[in-house]
Every structure is written in C-alpha cells, then in structure tokens.
Design a protein around this ligand. Sequence first.
Ligand code: HSE
Length: 436
Amino acid sequence: MQHPIGIGLAGLGNVGAGVFKHLQNNRTLLRERLGLDLEVRRIAVRNPANRAEEGFPAALLTENWRDLVDDPSVQIIVEVMGRKEESLELILAALDAKKAVVTANKALLAEHGGQIFESATRNQTPVFYEAAVGGGIPIIKCLREALVGNHIDSIHGIINGTSNYILTRMTDGDLSFQEALAEAQAAGYAEPDPSFDVNGWDAAHKAMILASLAYGFWIPKDQIFVEGIEQLTAADIRFAKSLGYKIKLLGIIKASPHSEGSEIEVRVHPTLIPRDHVLASVNGVFNAIAVHGDVVGEVLFYGRGAGQNPTSSAVLSDIAEAADAIQRPRRDLGFIPHSLYGSCKPIESSLSEYYLRLTVEDRPGVIAQIAGILGELQIGISSILQPESDEEGANVALVMMIHTASNSQMRNAVERIDALSCVKRPPRMIRVEHFS
Ligand code: HSE
C-alpha cells in the first residue's frame, strides 16, 4: 500500500462534518475499492477551540485555510466553506499549489467556473464538484462519463428542494406560499437566507453548471432567464390542477436544433407540467433531473438534493476521483471546454406554451377584446377557463392556455392586455412544458 493521500478539509459546517465522519466510517471500504488510503491531515475552521471541544482532533484544526495549501502532506483540498471571495481565493491558491480541489460551491462555480477551469488547465490540476448540483444524485459524473457519447438535447430538473417542498405543500396541503415557506424553514430545508431558494437563483446556479458541462462552455449569468416562485398563488395551483397540470420550479436547458452549432437555452421558472409526467410526482425536498441524450433517449435521476449525508456521499465520490487523478495524469480535469455549440439564445426568442391568468370584469365583450389582442399578435388560444360568477359586473378569473409563442410576443400581449380597463389586476403568465 502506498502512503495515504492527504486531505485538507476547508469548512466543518454541516457538510464538512459529514464528510469528516463518513471518511472515517468508510475508510476501509474506500481503501479496498481505491487501493489507496485517504487521511484528513488538516481542517480549516473559524473557531478551532470550539470545534476541539466538540471532539474534532485539535491537532488537525487551524483557523487559516492557507495552512492547508502550504502543508506538503495535503494533496486534495475539499472546499466546503461555501463562501464567495474566500472560497475562490482558496481554490485558486490550491490549484497554483497543484493540489486537486473538491468543492460543493454551486454559486462560485456558476459565477467563476471559467476562471477556475482556466486555472485548473494552466496548472493541470483537477476540480471536482459533484455536490454542487442535486446533492447525492450523481448527475455531474453521469454527464461527464456515462453520457459522454451523447449530444444532450435537453435537461429538465427539479433542482431546488426547498421550492419543491413549498410547491408540494401548496398543492397537497392547500397552504399559501408564506405558510409553506414557514414550514420549510422550520424543517430546516431552506438556505439561511431563503431568498435564493424561492427567487430561483439557487436552481439557476445549478442549471448553469449542468448546461456548461453539457455544452462545453461556461454559460454567462446575464444570458439565462430566472423567475422564482414568490408570485405563485393558491389560485394558480388550483387552476393548474383543474387543467391537468402541476406547477414545478424547473431548470430547463435545451439545445435547439438538437445539433452541433445550435443555440443553448437556460431558463429557471415555475412551469406547468402534465400531471402524468414523471417529474410531476417528485414531491417534497426531493430533486429529479431528466436528461435527454441523442443516443440514450431519456434518463431520469432522482434523490435527495441536500442534507448532510447525501451531500457527503457526493463529496466522497469526488475525493475518490481526485485521489485517482493524482495517481495518473489525465485529460479530464473536471470540465473539458470545447466549441461545438454556439451561444445562448436570447430569452426574447425563446418559445413556450403559456398559462395566462387574468382578473377581469365579468361583462359582455371582455373575452373578445383580449382574444383580439392575442389574434393581432398571432398568438393562438388553446383553451379558456372561466369559473361561473354569481353577479354580472363582478371581477372574475379568466384563465387562458396559449399555444406556442415567443417570449417577446407574449410580453407585448401582456402589456396590451394589462392596459385594458376591463383587466383589474396585472396578468399572471406561467410557462407550460410538454417535454416533446
Ligand atoms: N437550498 C438547496 C435546496 C439545497 O433547497 O435544494 C442545497 O443546494
């Protein structure tokens, strides 16, 4: 047996503590499978004295992450601090010191992936990031390895557990958005600042990583479309249900047409999906990612997208791969850039079907005025739902399902419809996906 591979663990929060525990518990199993022994040699934490009191080995603890980079016995640095500037500084310093990096930092990769992988290439040192997307679901490794022979046509992902929990409770428990969010926070599912969970940006960071990996270039943040679930109401959930749909926050990644040189779409938004589609039955905090490859067809990944143990499992897989990469030089340093695909498609030209909910006065001619605007803009209506009202002249909901239209067509239509005197509240538009 060779000398153990030394690990420097930066961060001992929920994920870091889990990684430390499972590395000890499964050390023998990992040794048998890898033919290598993995040993934590240094741990960087904010307050070493407190962590030593909790039982972590005092001799390994340091307040300064630079000690990990400077320690010649550390070959792999595991960044689970989850910070911004400091995590980036650590990762770049580790790569310059030719130490393999494992990180769970989705926001950092989404925003600085290009810079991180330039450094990885320059230093010929790998960066692995399985835990950054989908917690314990091995989606990154599958895109990099198992699906390497496929052009990726599309990826549809429920990749934020908190918002999926909120939507599930709004659907099955008839809760309001605020009540469901309070439940998610009480259960400890939401991020410390839940705004990233509900405004779509946590899912967007993950979608950017998946899209970058699928298409070989780092997707710029300003070229994706992101909308959260904060504006969803119980009425939208109910109408969607009565029309045969469920509402999910989806990360949608598509190459169209499905071939080399095509434009890439990356969007995150609440989406009506047919209730018999498999993603509609993904409930609570679970994540699921449906990938369509040109050779394999549809593949579905399902599991826990967060939590200490699932996330630790993903980090252990990265540590194992990093340990292997240290043994033999390789081409794949975690991300292989190429220029087979084009650029990102502007959201204005992105096509979708839509659910449009209006609050209108119940009087003759209202539907004709609205249909007139849609007709002038070449937008087709596929169905109309208006619950019966008791009294003529009262405000009523009017729900229209819209055939495929571009984002800019719909934006024009919504602006003009909103300006009608019979329309009493801002129109609510939600995209619809049929997975064709
Ligand atoms: N806050 C995230 C979620 C978990 O709710 O899915 C970690 O990415």
